[in-house]
Design a protein around this ligand. Structure first.
Ligand code: PEP
Ligand code: MN
Length: 337
């Protein structure tokens, strides 16, 4: 941080502030100007220390230099982080495609989906057994019954699995059958849950809350990072706006903005962003053009029968076609698919 002293602060007042900076455990570097004196402060700032210094006599203002994302920020780690989801590297040169149904509904539905997404070239299979539904009267997921289906798909297909964790009490149960924990949009600020997956020895995908700013998202993932878990992927999945044509509005600028501020990989979920299958190809291409490290796409063998999110789920043939169409976009973005 930098402390800018008032023009009328005399030597004694300035010395007093310098003394306080040292007392707080920082290293002061005063720069004596003609009008203002500025004190550059080296050390890991806290909000409390900034507030203390701000309230001292002679201080005009205290300006933070580093952004508040201490661990997620590029300032502390300029190089891009590559997250390894089992043997899939996310955030490197290759684009990562996560695909699968919104919810695991049955053995037949899940394994059928897994087979064709793998065949089409997807890298990670999604499918949730705990669903965060807006209404308690809607299908909530298979819960315990789905555990063995996640395990069966992983074994048969030899693909990493991603599934949503809604409750810290489910982490232990899901840990053996998933390769990455998904924190959904509705739980992006469930700090107890974030802290708990921060203790896990497994990657975490954090989806942006539908009413959360980019800043909120980056601060939220700090809760995972401070726990010691540095394997974090961020996901832009659309935000709420006044537009009613789509389920949410894909905030495409979030991709380059997050990439600029953070070293963590960023993927885009065009399915929840749009809510409609026909929009998914266009948004997927836009995401790759904007620099996304991957995509999370919902697909279902028979969208008209899906228990959750059918209208936004791609049919098998449409998913396969999209995978082919994405290749030149990945290449144009300097990536590989
Ligand atoms: C999902 O991925 O199925 C999901 C519930 O997404 P979101 O948390 O973004 O709404
Ligand atoms: Mn869904």
């Amino acid at each position: 941080m930098v402390i800018i002293m008032r023009p009328d602060a005399d030597a004694e007042v300035i010395e007093h502030v310098i003394g306080k900076v040292e007392e707080l455990g920082f290293e002061p570097h005063p720069i004596y100007g003609v009008i203002n004196t500025v004190i550059a402060v080296i050390g890991d700032r806290t909000q409390e220390a900034m507030d203390t210094l701000q309230s001292m006599p002679g201080v005009d203002r205290v300006v933070p230099i580093l952004r508040p994302y201490k661990l997620a920020g590029r300032e502390v780690k300029p190089e891009a982080t590559v997250v390894n989801v089992a043997d899939v590297a996310v955030g490197g040169e290759a684009i990562t495609i996560i695909a699968g149904p919104c919810a695991v509904e049955s053995r037949e539905q899940y394994l059928t989906t897994g087979r064709y997404v793998k065949q089409a070239g997807a890298h990670i299979l999604r499918g949730s057994i705990y669903k965060p539904r807006t209404s308690p009267h809607d299908f909530q997921g298979l819960h315990e019954e789905g555990i063995q289906l996640l395990a069966a798909a992983r074994e048969e297909l030899d693909m990493p699995i991603i599934t949503e964790v809604l409750d810290p009490r489910h982490i232990e149960r899901l840990d053996p059958v998933t390769d990455i924990f998904q924190i959904g949009a509705r739980n992006m600020q469930n700090f107890a849950l974030l802290a708990e997956v921060g203790q896990a020895n497994k990657p975490v995908l954090v989806k942006r809350g539908m009413s959360a700013t980019i800043d909120d998202l980056l601060k939220a993932v700090e809760y995972v990072l401070v726990g010691g878990n540095e394997q974090v992927i961020l996901c832009e999945r659309g935000i709420r706006t006044f537009e009613t044509q789509t389920r949410n509005t894909l905030d495409i600028s979030a991709v380059p903005i997050i990439k600029r501020f953070s070293h963590l990989p960023v993927i885009v979920d065009p399915s929840h962003a749009s809510g409609e299958a026909w929009l998914v190809p266009a948004l997927s291409k836009a995401a790759l053009a904007a620099g996304a490290d991957g995509l999370m796409i919902e697909t279902h063998p028979s969208p008209q029968d899906a228990l959750v999110d059918g209208p936004q789920s791609l049919r098998p043939e449409d998913f396969t076609e999209l995978m082919q169409e994405l290749k030149p976009f990945a290449q144009a973005a300097g990536r590989r698919l």
